[in-house]
Design a protein. Structure first.
Length: 444
């Protein structure tokens, strides 16, 4: 059943995350190439996808997430129904054009303990992209964006088309290295060949569906921004966005919300254009920025509710607590008091022992008495008796200890140690046993 949930979760995540999150990355590419056939744009994007996919699979020994799932181990009990709830909710939010952080929604359920780290990195990404965009567009808005607005009816120079496709390939590859983890968290961390081909077919097919719809509802976020349908503005946005993702990819392998980076970039760009060109007015721009941030915040709140509430709901339904994977797994040793709960030792039907005498040979007759007694009670018992005199006391004791350890509980060992009257004849160090305790030892 867990494998079924894993496949269903992967299919839902692959579609919902690409429809909601990836379109934010490819949105400017789609809007500025709206007159081109969708299959041509699909073929280009999927070529980049396959290059990144194959490279990650080979270079990382089957790990196409590029190490971003290193702190997200697979659930101890396997994938369950609660893990496939997030992509279903993403589909619902996408239907209403709400850009959500798929990173928060999906990965938080697998490892709630990482939520704070993901949130901190994502908020830092928003601020960095916001101020980088303001800085860049303060420098170029009066010359670059104004010229674009004035020449909107004229076709762009041919080299801009080449630059735009290059910038898209660069940005798309960086997004994939960040967010493939959100999709492949449902599959084994290292894909074998069958899994690899299965995932490839699924990804190509779902991308074809999304591209044929020209991005769907999320595309409206891009097209509502100033000049984003112009290939020159789209190219610059893609290059800036891609370089910011490169920085954060190298910063750490903790997953982050690329949605917040994207929204921060557009917010900073719109703010700079409004301040310098007064078109659109700053008040109108502020409303757009606030609306986009509010939509993204809805996704953040939903992800937090899911991360906390789903395990509780599962525990209520199943009657047992669901154990979520923490950032680092901890293995605790059992308490010493738990040893008292172990079952008592039950000797085997056939007794076998090695009796080592440490002392005078004159004591050998005394040692034969218990051995003969055991033999009379159970003829199948096997015993060995060795006595080599007082000088062999230390080696005899150590040999006896080794025999007990090597038995590994498979036989009951009875030992009789007969020592000389003078303890000085036995070196103290002879009784230091480095192999550990001797369980199952009984003395007569």
């Amino acid at each position: 059943m867990t494998e079924t949930f894993a496949f269903v979760g992967f299919l839902l995540a692959a579609y919902s995350i690409v429809a909601n999150d990836a379109i934010q990355t490819l949105g400017t590419f789609l809007s500025s190439n709206a007159k081109r056939p969708w299959w041509l744009l699909w073929a280009f994007a999927c070529t980049v996808l396959m290059v990144v996919f194959v490279y990650g699979w080979i270079a990382n020994d089957g790990d196409v997430s590029f190490g971003r799932l290193s702190k997200f181990p697979q659930p101890a009990g396997g994938i369950t129904w609660l893990h496939i709830v997030p992509p279903i909710i993403i589909l619902f939010l996408t239907r209403f054009g709400i850009p959500v952080s798929t990173t928060f929604l999906v990965l938080a359920v697998f490892a709630p303990g990482n939520m704070t780290s993901m949130l901190s990195k994502s908020m830092l990404g928003y601020l960095v992209s916001f101020f980088v965009a303001i800085g860049v567009y303060f420098l170029i808005s009066k010359s670059f964006e104004k010229r674009i607005a004035d020449s909107a009816s004229k076709p762009a120079a041919r080299y801009w088309y080449a630059l735009q496709w290059i910038s898209t390939a660069f940005l798309w590859s960086q997004w994939l290295m960040h967010d493939l983890a959100n999709i492949f968290v449902y599959l084994p961390r290292k894909l074998n060949v069958p899994y690899f081909f299965f995932a490839t077919i699924v990804m190509l097919g779902l991308h074809a569906l999304i591209f044929s719809r020209r991005g769907g509802e999320i595309q409206q976020i891009v097209t509502s921004k100033t000049n984003t349908s112009d290939i020159r503005s789209a190219t610059l946005i893609d290059f800036i966005y891609g370089f910011i993702l490169v920085i954060f990819k190298e910063y750490s392998n903790m997953p982050m919300s690329t949605t917040w980076v994207f929204l921060g970039l557009l917010a900073g760009r719109e703010t700079a254009i409004s301040l310098l060109l007064k078109a659109p007015p700053l008040k109108q721009t502020s409303g757009i920025i606030f609306r986009d941030a509010s939509k993204a915040t809805v996704g953040l709140v939903v992800s937090a509710v899911l991360a906390i509430g789903l395990p509780i709901l599962a525990a209520t339904i199943n009657g047992t607590a669901e154990v979520s994977s923490s950032e680092e797994s901890t293995v605790s040793a059992p308490a010493i008091s738990d040893l008292d709960k172990l079952s008592s030792f039950e000797p085997s039907e056939v007794l076998a022992g090695d009796l080592q005498l440490a002392g005078s040979d004159t004591l050998r007759p005394a040692a034969e008495v218990p051995i003969n007694g055991f033999g009379g009670d159970s003829p199948t018992d096997v015993w060995q008796l060795e006595s080599q005199g007082s000088g062999s006391a230390s080696p005899a004791v150590m040999a006896f200890a080794r025999d007990v350890i090597s038995s590994q509980g498979e036989a009951t060992v009875f030992g009789v140690g007969l020592m000389p009257l003078d303890p000085s004849m036995l070196p103290q160090q002879a009784f230091k046993i480095d192999d550990g305790q001797l369980p199952g030892l009984q003395s007569l």
